[in-house]
Ligand binder design. Structure first.
Ligand SMILES: *Cc1c(COP(=O)(O)O)cnc(C)c1O
Length: 385
């Protein structure tokens, strides 16, 4: 048999959620119960999530974008306000600022971590800065202590976009444990998934109570509680709210997914360490790694090509794709997108270098070492001019 008629090896995806029979059974059970909207499973998921990240309160919502929107709304951010965000993030981070009527001000990031630093944030502060959204990009924890030292004396609150960071740690605790407001995502691109879904965590019982009300149209009593109590007393609508609810079907899946989290993080870190070892001899390549203040869940295993790489990032991806390996461009830069062309033009050198020259390698829980070897071979071949 020649290479031409050899059967093609299956394409290696860049990621794949880890879902099993247990999730299917839990979802079926929720359906069979007849209660599919927000109810007891959402409450149980909130409690399990809060325990897992070491936060006092967790409020389940429809996705991480609505969790960020809610966080900014809870802080009273609105029209006329500026919110500092990294451009180097999925665009939802900046969009959430627009959703409350405020303006994103794009700050640069550190070239190694891909995260905001006190220096990049300070350069983006304006007299109208009402909040900063710090992203734990791709699961790499940002140094929130250093940012707090800059922002607390100025009275500027921090919202943590922890969309990618479930299972990452910061100063020896899970990301979220030390946050005033942190937003998580359960989109299938993240580790723990419920299809769509999000969680807002906070140490404050009052903030959580208001968040629970706001996610459900501002109702004084949740529909589930009213149903459970059999009360006929009409609810009141205490302030204009949103419909940001999660469903019990999603929460049932999330409860199972949470039990897999430790195994997911361990396996991802193992695979990332193996990538690092297998690619160690390639000059100038840099793979995502832990900062000194925490550990990453390796939500996304990105690597940065040298600035003068003879084969550019997009060509590397195309060659890998031809070899049956689907990589992805690295994290986007929101300030370069048409959606934000109306913002003042800023130069963000680290962001622009990272977004141009980084790529994401396939990494998923079920990945075999044989598959990983194929990725490494394809990458090595793709890098040769
Ligand atoms: C995925 C992601 C979001 C959006 O999460 P959704 O749950 O899809 O709304 C926000 N911020 C970052 C950094 C993300 O990676």
């Amino acid at each position: 048999m020649t290479a031409l008629d050899a059967p093609a090896l299956p394409v290696i995806p860049v990621m794949k959620p880890w879902l099993g029979e247990e999730e299917a059974a839990a979802a079926a059970e929720a359906v069979a119960s007849g209660w599919v909207a927000q109810g007891p499973r959402v409450r149980a998921f909130e409690e399990a999530f809060a325990r897992r990240v070491g936060a006092a309160e967790a409020v389940a919502v429809s996705n991480c974008t609505t969790a960020l929107h809610l966080a900014l709304h809870l802080l009273g951010v609105g029209p006329g306000d500026d919110v500092v965000v990294p451009s180097f993030s999925f665009i939802a981070t900046a969009n959430a600022v627009r959703h409350v009527g405020a303006q994103p001000v794009f700050a640069d990031v550190d070239l190694v971590t891909g995260n905001l630093t006190p220096g990049t944030v300070e350069a983006a502060l304006t007299p109208r800065t009402r909040a900063v959204v710090v992203v734990h990009q791709a699961g790499v924890p940002a140094d929130t202590a250093a940012l707090g030292a800059l922002l607390e004396p100025r009275g500027i609150p921090v919202v943590e976009d922890a969309a990618c960071a479930i299972g990452s740690t910061l100063f020896g605790r899970p990301v979220g444990a030390g946050a005033q407001l942190a937003a998580f995502s359960f989109h299938p691109r993240k580790l723990v998934t419920t299809g769509e879904g999000g969680m807002l965590v906070t140490p404050s019982a009052d903030v959580a109570a208001r968040a629970r009300r706001l996610r459900e149209h501002g109702m004084s009593v949740s529909a589930a509680d009213r149903h459970a109590s059999g009360s006929v007393a009409p609810e009141q609508y205490l302030e204009p709210g949103f419909n940001f609810r999660m469903t019990d079907v999603q929460a049932a899946i999330g409860l199972v997914q949470l039990t897999r989290l430790d195994a997911m993080v361990a396996r991802r870190r193992e695979l990332a360490a193996r990538y690092r070892a297998l690619l160690a001899d390639l000059p100038g390549l840099r793979l995502v790694d832990d900062p000194s203040w925490g550990t990453t869940n390796v939500q996304s295993c990105w690597l940065l090509l040298p600035e003068d790489a003879p084969v550019g990032r997009d060509a590397v991806l195309a060659r890998m794709s031809a070899a049956g390996v689907s990589g992805r461009r690295g994290i986007m830069a929101a300030h370069l997108e048409p959606a934000y062309a109306d913002r003042p033009r800023v130069s963000l050198p680290a962001t622009e270098r990272l977004t141009a020259d980084s790529l994401v390698l396939p990494l998923f829980h079920q990945m075999t070492e044989g598959e990983q070897d194929r990725v490494v071979d394809a990458l090595r071949a793709a890098l040769v001019p």
